[in-house]
Design a protein around this ligand. Structure first.
Ligand SMILES: [Zn+2]
Length: 109
């Protein structure tokens, strides 16, 4: 069972108290984007085996959205952090790198 700690209220909850919201850190297609870029923004999502970043809502708790980093193969949770964060915090990236040497956060720039 997936167990996450809500960074907003501090409650540790199992997945029955949470609602998944899909992939985190999806970059919105900006003005002037091509049809292909808009299509990618709307429909294309990562589906990795390993470290993944997801949006979750503490549906039966504080009701707020947050982000979680976890391993999709082992369900190991690397950490949770506020939804307003634009990229994973350094301590979470370090935790992932410790378990998956060579793993790199994708670079959007
Ligand atoms: Zn909460």
């Amino acid at each position: 069972m997936l167990i996450l700690t809500c960074p907003c209220c501090g409650v540790t909850a199992d997945e029955t108290e949470l609602a998944g919201g899909g992939e985190a850190h999806v970059r919105r297609a900006g003005p002037g984007a091509s049809e292909s870029e808009v299509e990618d923004y709307l429909f294309m999502r990562e589906n990795p085996r390993g470290p993944h970043f997801e949006r979750w809502r503490h549906a039966y708790g504080c009701g707020k959205w947050f982000l979680a980093a976890r391993d999709t193969a082992t369900l190991e949770v690397f950490g949770t952090y506020p939804a307003q964060t634009t990229e994973p915090p350094e301590h979470i990236r370090a935790a992932i790198t410790e378990r998956h040497p060579g793993w790199r956060w994708r670079d959007f720039s």
